[in-house]
Design a protein around this ligand. Sequence first.
Ligand SMILES: *[C@@H]1O[C@H](CO)[C@@H](O)[C@H](O)[C@H]1NC(C)=O
Ligand SMILES: *[C@@H]1O[C@H](CO)[C@@H](O)[C@H](O)[C@H]1NC(C)=O
Ligand SMILES: *[C@@H]1O[C@H](CO)[C@@H](O)[C@H](O)[C@H]1NC(C)=O
Length: 349
Amino acid sequence: MYLHRYAQLFSSLLPLGGAAIPPSYTIDIHSHIIPDFYREAMINSGYELRNESVLWADGTPIPEWTIQEHLSSMDANGIDYSVLSISAPGVAFLHGNPIAVDLSRRVNEYMHNLTLLHPKRLGAFCLLPLPNVEASLVEIDYCIDKLNFAGVGLFTNHDGHYLGDAHLDPILERLHERNIPVFVHPTVPKCWHTVSHGIVPPMLEFPFDTTRAIVNLFFSGARKRFSNFTMVFCHGGGVLPYLADRVATLSAIPRFGGFDRKEAETQFRSYHFDLASATSVSQLAALKEFVGVDKLLVGTDFPFVPGPRGKAFIQGFQEDGVFTDQEVRRIKHGNVLGILPRVKAKIGA
Ligand SMILES: *[C@@H]1O[C@H](CO)[C@@H](O)[C@H](O)[C@H]1NC(C)=O
Ligand SMILES: *[C@@H]1O[C@H](CO)[C@@H](O)[C@H](O)[C@H]1NC(C)=O
Ligand SMILES: *[C@@H]1O[C@H](CO)[C@@H](O)[C@H](O)[C@H]1NC(C)=O
């Protein structure tokens, strides 16, 4: 009994979540499944196949995916655990109709099955049939209470409804009341046809949309009202670290809103960011200064970023000389275990 208590105390004092976790243990918070039935739903709703078999959605080619390749890519890249999600466009292309509701449920049960088959390797973020708010509230509770998911996946906008728009307040309210961790993936803005000029949207529109959602959460006051949950944004926060000061400064001008500049900065720095496609020395240095090491997480963006390039991200942030070995360890697993208690429980940390 005494020993047991001592062990508990000791593990609670360890910053990395317990002696069982080796230093290299790596958790990927950003990787995607693309099951066949989901791909078929996209094709059925009118997304085109180019060159006979390559599916394109909103200006972006959708790669082939199998769980076998997913797991072998994890092995090849030294990733011990992945939290799965659906990438853009989610199910927003179905506008919250009954097919969207059924498709989200099927995707969530499919991910649940994978987490049961590979309990020490895979977790999941819940897919919601937004912009259908009522059905999404049901899905949040189902994923959290019945499927034991790590958290909920959202997009920067859902069929044009941005995080921070009043339409989505009931969703944020539920996440706030239940303290549910959220992973926010970017998607295209409605205007992408007119602005992208043939440049694939993930290159510019995704990081811009991430920034737009974060700024909208501030201007709408939504994040201030619903702050009782962790939010992870992708790709180093888009262009936020670079623009945060400009936004905060301008927002304080009375005719631009008259907001509290310090409050804007504090809120922008409260988010977590993954490092998928954000591991250049300048990005890492900006992120380290802007949010600090404790808010940074590993993300590969598999299979949109194929295995070898994902590996380069993971090597990149370790070898760029921006972080110490201790800091690399926090980024690899310490930080994420601090915000995803269910992952921590499942891997026995
Ligand atoms: C179209 O498919 C053919 C056969 O698979 C391939 O050789 C060709 O490179 C593809 N073209 C494009 C533009 O992807
Ligand atoms: C999940 O697994 C159960 C049991 O094997 C199966 O009946 C169900 O069809 C699976 N669901 C999905 C969406 O794959
Ligand atoms: C924050 O979440 C916890 C856990 O669900 C809950 O007990 C608490 O009431 C929440 N706080 C607020 C202000 O809603």
